[in-house]
Design a binder for this molecule. Structure first.
Ligand code: TRP
Length: 463
């Protein structure tokens, strides 16, 4: 069976077993990779950064980035992993040797490990918010509450470091416990009901959003581009979000690729995963903005946006009590399937590179992530006025990882797969018809790296 056990990175024998079960393997791969891609990035982050960056034009840039930069780089990252069948650090060592390239390429694996660790430190805090909201939903806190009360609930909650620490700790312990088990069968199975369940609930909420008076205003905000609202910074954020939401640029996709049977089409799988991921994000936007406009909330309310809007829906719709609980439970699970992928490169490296037992590797990397998470927790209360480069610790971590490290990682992956690797090696892995391979080559050699480069120049102010 092609299970999430492939995360452990060392069980090469599993790969051989899988090669006969083609359909099931491809399906399992797509499920697992979608599980890593779909998470807080789609449901929490996409709506709030869309709100902060003016809506339609930002969404358009984001979708273009997914299609023109995200998909080709996802194919590149998967093919690097499948070629080496190793963890990201070893992959870069191995492939650099194969291509007789410069040893500095080894750093790419390192940057990925660092990025995953930094992302998880704040990801876990937000996943903690979602966990707390399961309880709030259960105790009927949202029942008949209006927008002002819901806002009050949220601000009271984030003002309390003790509560945030409690939920962050709970989420980190759960993540590390699952990772320490080598990722159990149970989690893989949970992805199978999680994805369809999450989609169903989202569709139900879309139906609710359609009944609100702000529905068309919400759609307008989301889909009618107003290019005057687009700044160089928001273009960078849109591009960063494309990387973040597809889990690209830090070796996670490489690890998945390393367990992929040769028979699976990397191109098809990447297109399916990216499409599913984008659809979930857009659905979240279609739900949230109508609620924002119906209740005179501000689209640019920041990271609390979904926690200030969705509870209004649950508090007023029929069956809202049950749907509210289910929704936040699923959000926590969606976050878990991403968080285990975020920390796995670090754990795999500690085990394979440093000789630690899996348990010890989990404890150390978990402890470090947990501690770093305090920076994010205090950004929302005690240290909210403490700014570095005009950003709170949470904003700085987010900017550093999503807007800088992931695009730079993706850029290097594209350059490596497009320019450094021997052409016949990438052809062999992708196994595409000539015209499609040609298109990929153009995207990965020119379009993607150039786009990332130009956006950076633009942000620095050179262009
Ligand atoms: N894609 C995840 C989300 O949208 C977050 C994420 C970013 C991630 N990079 C990752 C998950 C690497 C796993 C691995 O929520």
């Amino acid at each position: 069976m092609f299970t999430l056990e492939f995360f452990t990175g060392t069980e090469m024998t599993d790969i051989k077993k899988t090669q006969h079960e083609e359909w099931s393997s491809r399906f399992a791969f797509i499920l697992a990779a979608t599980g890593s891609a779909v998470g807080l990035g789609n449901i929490w982050k996409f709506p709030y950064i869309t709100g902060e960056n003016g809506g339609g034009a930002f969404v358009l840039v984001y979708v273009l980035c997914v299609a023109l930069i995200g998909i080709p780089i996802m194919m590149a990252e998967t093919l690097l992993g499948r070629r080496s069948r190793q963890n990201p650090v070893n992959t870069m060592v191995l492939l650099t040797e194969e291509a007789q390239a410069d040893k500095n390429w080894h750093y790419l694996g390192w940057m990925g490990i660092t990025a995953g660790f930094l992302i998880l430190s704040y990801y876990s805090v937000i996943a903690g918010w979602a966990s707390a909201y399961v309880l709030k939903a259960f105790f009927g806190s949202f029942f008949s509450a209006d927008a002002i009360e819901i806002k009050g609930i949220f601000y009271d909650f984030i003002a309390s470091p003790i509560q945030l620490i409690f939920w962050h700790t709970l989420f980190m312990v759960s993540t590390m416990w699952i990772v320490a088990q080598g990722v159990s069968n149970g989690l893989e199975k949970s992805v199978r009901f999680l994805m369809p369940g999450l989609c169903l609930l989202l569709i139900l909420l879309v139906a609710y959003a359609m009944t609100t008076s702000g529905y068309f205003q919400g759609l307008n905000f989301l889909f009618r581009p107003d290019f005057s609202k687009l700044t160089p910074g928001s273009v960078l954020t849109a591009m960063g979000q494309a990387f973040f939401t597809l889990s690209l640029g830090m070796g996670s996709v490489m690890v998945y690729g390393s367990y992929l049977p040769k028979s699976v089409s990397i191109a098809k799988a990447s297109i399916i995963i990216a499409s599913a991921d984008t659809i979930v994000a857009l659905l979240a936007g279609i739900i949230i903005f109508p609620i924002v406009f119906t209740h005179n909330l501000h689209p640019d309310s920041g990271p609390g946006l979904i926690f200030q809007t969705l509870p209004i829906a649950f508090g007023s719709m029929t069956g809202g009590w049950l749907f509210g609980i289910l929704f936040f439970v699923m959000l926590v699970f969606a976050a878990l399937t991403s968080s285990i992928a975020l920390i796995e490169p670090a754990v795999a490296w500690l085990v394979e590179g440093k000789g630690l037992t899996r348990k010890k590797a989990c404890i150390w990397s978990g402890l470090a992530t947990w501690l770093l998470g305090f920076g994010t927790i205090f950004s929302f209360n005690n240290w909210s006025t403490f700014k570095i480069f005009d950003r709170s610790i949470f904003e700085l971590l987010d900017y550093l990882t999503a807007n800088l490290m992931l695009p730079i990682g993706g850029f290097c992956i594209a350059v490596f797969a497009g320019w450094i690797m021997k052409p016949h090696h990438s052809e062999e892995e992708l196994n595409l018809p000539k015209p499609s391979h040609h298109l990929w080559k153009i995207l990965v050699c020119y379009v993607a790296p150039l786009a990332v480069f130009l956006v950076f120049l633009h942000v620095i102010g050179i262009l």
